[in-house]
Design a protein around this ligand. Structure first.
Ligand code: SAH
Length: 252
């Protein structure tokens, strides 16, 4: 089961403190808190904290290391990121396949996602520590995102995977809480509603039995497209009943 705490974002030799702040903010918005900084610049600057926009806990709890090996020491899987396609030695993933990995990671896994330097990315030696490489499919002739934007994209993908996992495992109690009115109307309820609609339209004169103009099939198509639930069917039938009453009143 994927837990945000088991995902560590590692930034290698980031040279701009503002980027570190922005990355911390990007992570926090997506529920990620595990940040490691490998040999960072002097980052506790005004620009860094202002770009963090309140994600100070992520910054203050960041693990600062001298080498990438240190930062990933407790990780069971290391995934690199790169703005451009590298040689075939690294299996390349797009951001979607990357989060699919989480679903299959065995219990107890800890995954590192490694981001490179603003100018030169990750070295071949650093890439050698990664089992896979995620490439955000940007356009070929302008492929390099700002590092904090790359962090945001991948943090969002992780978030989507966590949300999908949470909703798939929502307890059965939640299902019991669904009100009966929220249940989709079944075939019989819809047929009764169509019969009611037809009699109402006849009563009001909107439907001319001698010239029906495909009225019922058109209404059926409209309502079938809306996936009505039970309470919506009741709502419509209440409306039909009031129109019928009025039509009868006018005729009387
Ligand atoms: N010139 C460098 C660009 C570095 S951008 C290079 O070619 O690698 C800084 C970091 O942001 C990259 O090392 C990577 O971690 C991340 N990044 C930028 N664009 C990316 C993309 N399209 N896909 C994945 N990661 C990207």
């Amino acid at each position: 089961m994927l837990d945000s705490k088991d995902i560590k974002f590692v930034l290698v030799e980031t040279s701009n403190g503002g980027n570190i702040g922005a990355a911390a903010r990007a992570m926090k918005t997506m529920g990620l808190s595990q940040l490691a900084l490998v040999n960072p610049c002097e980052y506790r600057t005004y620009e860094c904290y202002s770009r963090a926009a309140g994600a100070f806990d992520v910054l203050d709890n960041a693990l600062v290391c001298q080498t990438l090996e240190e930062a990933i020491a407790d990780c069971t899987q290391v995934i690199g990121t790169s703005a451009r396609l590298r040689s075939l030695s690294w299996p390349q993933l797009d951001p979607h396949d990357f989060t699919e990995l989480f679903g299959t990671a065995p219990e107890g896994s800890k995954i590192a996602v490694v981001f490179g330097r603003e100018r030169s990315g990750l070295s071949n030696a650093e890439l050698g520590l990664c089992s896979q490489l995620v490439v955000i499919p940007s356009v070929a002739d302008f492929s390099s995102l700002n590092i904090s934007a790359a962090v945001q994209v991948l943090a969002y993908e992780v978030r989507r995977a966590v949300l999908a996992q949470d909703s798939a495992s929502a307890p059965a109690v939640e299902e019991a809480k669904v009100k009966s009115g929220d249940l989709p109307a079944d075939h019989e309820e819809l047929e009764r509603m169509y019969a009611h609609l037809e009699s109402t339209m006849l009563d009001t004169g909107y439907l001319n039995p001698d010239n029906p103009r495909m009225m019922m099939p058109r209404f059926r198509r409209l309502f079938n497209r809306s996936s009505l639930n039970r309470s919506e069917v009741q709502l419509l039938r209440g409306l039909f009943a009031s129109l019928e009453k009025m039509a009868r009143h006018i005729k009387a």
